[in-house]
Write a protein that binds this ligand. Structure first.
Ligand code: IYR
Length: 227
């Protein structure tokens, strides 16, 4: 691959594979059908998942676009039983408070179809917990802070890629947001410039796994075309 220098910066040619329209239509429809099979799961099997699969999934997440290509994310992957136990205990403590007073009635009512509560057994059962941290800034020389940009958007995109990679591997995940999440920084000993973003248990679904019978909004409720 030949490198061209533009204003002192290296560029390489990008020869993206493209498709005839018929093939493009088929691929887009197939991908939709396959993605539509992804479901959030709360009931995991305790079956192990190889570390190399988790490494590939994390590397896939890190292919997401990010502000000024700063890649402002850190993925902590936990399979250690003692650490998972600590995370579960701390999460349940917060969630107990949330479900018993902190969350308003409307929110609790909105969650009824999901039948969630403060018990978070999956935090010990799932073979891996991926805790995604957003990097608010990068520590520079002499205590100087180097900026990251659109951190929320960038890390959100990376998490979308992460969930797609998990689905592609034939595994399932839960986008879990125990609130507040600062206990994760403490347990995982993360530096000040990293803040917890999402806690994502990953694994196989339990044998008797049930998910809520949900439907997705049709196109005319989610899109507006201006032609
Ligand atoms: N964080 C809590 C509550 C919760 C909130 C939303 I919004 C959900 O979609 C599901 C759960 C919990 O994890 O139980």
């Amino acid at each position: 691959m030949s490198v061209q220098i533009i204003n002192g910066y290296p560029f390489v040619s990008y020869n993206k594979e493209t498709y005839e329209e018929v093939e493009m239509l088929r691929r887009s429809a197939d991908f939709l059908q396959w993605m539509d099979k992804r479901r959030t799961v709360r009931d995991f099997a305790d079956r192990p998942v190889p570390k190399e699969v988790i490494e590939n999934i994390i590397l896939t997440a890190s292919t997401a676009p990010s502000g000024a290509h700063k890649q402002p994310w850190t993925f902590c992957a936990v399979s250690n039983a003692e650490i998972k136990k600590q995370i579960r205990a701390a999460a349940e403590e917060e969630e107990y408070e949330s479900y018993n007073g902190r969350m308003p009635e409307e929110w609790l009512a909105d969650l009824l179809p999901l039948q969630t509560d403060w018990h978070k057994e999956f935090l010990e059962v799932a073979p891996w917990l991926i805790i995604v941290f957003k990097r608010i800034y990068e520590p520079g020389d002499g205590g100087k802070k180097k900026n990251n940009y659109y951190v929320q958007e960038s890390v959100g995109l990376a998490c979308g890629f992460l969930l797609t990679a998990i689905h592609n591997a034939g595994l399932v995940a839960l986008t879990h947001t125990p609130s507040p999440m600062n206990f994760l920084s403490k347990i995982l000993n993360r530096p000040e410039h990293e803040k917890p973003f999402l806690l994502i248990p990953v694994g196989y679904p339990a044998d008797n796994c049930l998910v809520p019978d949900l439907s997705r909004k049709p196109l005319d409720e989610i899109a507006q075309f201006y032609e």
